[in-house]
Structures are given as C-alpha cells and as structure tokens.
Design a protein around this ligand. Sequence first.
Ligand SMILES: NC(=O)c1ccc[n+]([C@@H]2O[C@H](COP(=O)([O-])OP(=O)(O)OC[C@H]3O[C@@H](n4cnc5c(N)ncnc54)[C@H](OP(=O)(O)O)[C@@H]3O)[C@@H](O)[C@H]2O)c1
Length: 293
Amino acid sequence: MLSLNIVGAGRLGKVLGRLAQDSGRYRVAAVLCRERAHALEAAAFIGAVQAVDTLTDLPPADLTLVAVPDGAIAAVAQALAEAKVVRPGTVVFHASGACSSALLTPLAQQGAQVASLHPAFSFAEPERARQTFAGSLCALEGEALACERLAQLVAAIGGEAFYLPGEGKAGYHAALSIASNYLVTLVALAEGVAIQAGIEPAVARCLLGALMRQSLDNALALGPEAALTGPIVRGDVATVASHLAVLEPEQGDLYRALGQATVTLAGARLDAVQKQALREELGSGEWGVGSRE
Ligand SMILES: NC(=O)c1ccc[n+]([C@@H]2O[C@H](COP(=O)([O-])OP(=O)(O)OC[C@H]3O[C@@H](n4cnc5c(N)ncnc54)[C@H](OP(=O)(O)O)[C@@H]3O)[C@@H](O)[C@H]2O)c1
C-alpha cells in the first residue's frame, strides 16, 4: 500500500484523498491546511487520517499532493523544500490545470519526482464529487516516472489518464476555459438578444437551450465543420446584415468576431466570392480558427 500526504485538503484535495483511501491501494498518511479546523474536517471526510499543523509534522510518504490554490503552489513547494520533508525518489504533484510541474522545481532539485495531475472535473461539493468522479479524464504532465506512478493513482480512483507536454498546459487550460466558460457567455449573449427582440426570458431560455444542446451534440458527433448550419455557411449576407442591424455595440462586436471565425470554419462550403462578401459585412478583422483556410 502506498502512502499519500495532502498539503491543502480543500475541495479537490479532500476528494482525491477520499477516493485514494477508498481504493484500498493508497493510505492517506496526513493532511495539512492553513486552518487546523479545515484539516480536521478533511481528515474526517477522508477517514482514518492524521491532521497536522506544520509541514515539518508531515510523516514520510510515497506521494505528496500539493492541492493549494494555483497562486500558492510555488511558495508551498519552496517551503516543503526548506522543511526537507520530501524524500528523494518520492512523487510530488500539484493539481493545477494552467501551470506545469516546473512550479515544483525546488523539490525536483532535492531528488523528488515532480508532476502535475489535473482532473477535468469540478469539485464543487465533496460528497457529490466523490460519487460522480468515476470516468473523469485527468491530464498528467511532468517527469516520466512520476507520471507513470500517477497514472496508477488515476486508475485506482476511477479516472482516465492522458499525457500532456509541460509547454502544452497553458493551451490545454485555455481550451477548457473556452469550452466551459465561453459556452456560458454565449448563453448570456443569445438570451440577451432574444429578450431584446421581445421574447419572455423563460421562453428564451427554453428556446435557446434546446437549440444549443442539439448544436453541441451535432458538433461533438459530426465534428464542427459538418455540424455548421445557418446564414454564414449558406453565404446569406443579407441575413447577416439584418442581424447586425439589431445588435447592441458589444453584441455586434462578439457577433462579428464569431462570424469571422465561422466563415473560416465553413471552409470549402463557401466560394471565394461568398467569403469576401461575408468578411466585408462582418468587418475587416483578421479572425480565424487555426489553419483551416
Ligand atoms: N476545485 C476544482 O474543481 C478543481 C478542479 C481541478 C483542479 N483544481 C486545482 O486544485 C488545486 C486546489 O484547488 P481547490 O479548488 O481544491 O482549492 P480550495 O478549495 O481553495 O482549497 C485549497 C486548500 O489549500 C489550503 N491552503 C492554502 N494555502 C495553503 C498553504 N500555504 N499551506 C497549506 N495549505 C494551504 C487551504 O487551507 P484552508 O482551508 O485552511 O484555507 C485549502 O484547504 C488548485 O491547483 C486548482 O487549480 C481544482
């Protein structure tokens, strides 16, 4: 059985700890938070775990999870290195999606194997997260041996691991943010435009929700290019102009930016004349989605 210490047993730390403990293949040795009450609460949630007050109280462990907020990881890594509690050859990892394992360099310099393990999952409520985590994809990045050991941890807690290069972390996290956050922004944009057109808010949400779910399912099943419908891919400049005429300035800016990217996405489904006409109607910005054109 491998032992695991958790520094920062908040929303993510306590759930990963509980899943590891429940797997029967890991034993959570100790948890540490800033507030002792929080460490005790996490220890109770994980079960049969010691809550410690300082880094120097951490017992030796095979793996150390640094699950503090992203902005505190580097300082905690430095403090762990100064406390000399991480043994050479053991694994230290953090759970940030945006940052690489380079944040753990002071520990790598002492012989630890460093990596990052980012579950693409929201740990909003611990008990619910524990029950629904199975099948979640987890991005691993860092030293090969550490990634190998963390892939075993991911499998033990019911996740599915995949590998990322360290320099890919920012792009990986940007993709997740676009997919989750900007989808929400699109809901708000579309609802605002519908309400301005005189549609009741509750009706607008139903109307747009059904269409958005259908479009998302199509894009994921068929691929974005094949799933694209609507005035842009039809080359219907007059309809695009009628849309722009009723939008508020900020709505129009977003419509134009997304419209330019949609012209690029339409690719060979539009001829050069249609593309030129659409781009002129949408404004002259240099928008695009990668190198599809
Ligand atoms: N939450 C998610 O859904 C999610 C998903 C994927 C990845 N992540 C990543 O997981 C990591 C942790 O996020 P989280 O949402 O779990 O944060 P969180 O709920 O705010 O928990 C952070 C924990 O770190 C502790 N802490 C903060 N500074 C510390 C320090 N200097 N020394 C020791 N403990 C310290 C806090 O202690 P106190 O409670 O005493 O303040 C708290 O227990 C981040 O890297 C985040 O990007 C989170």
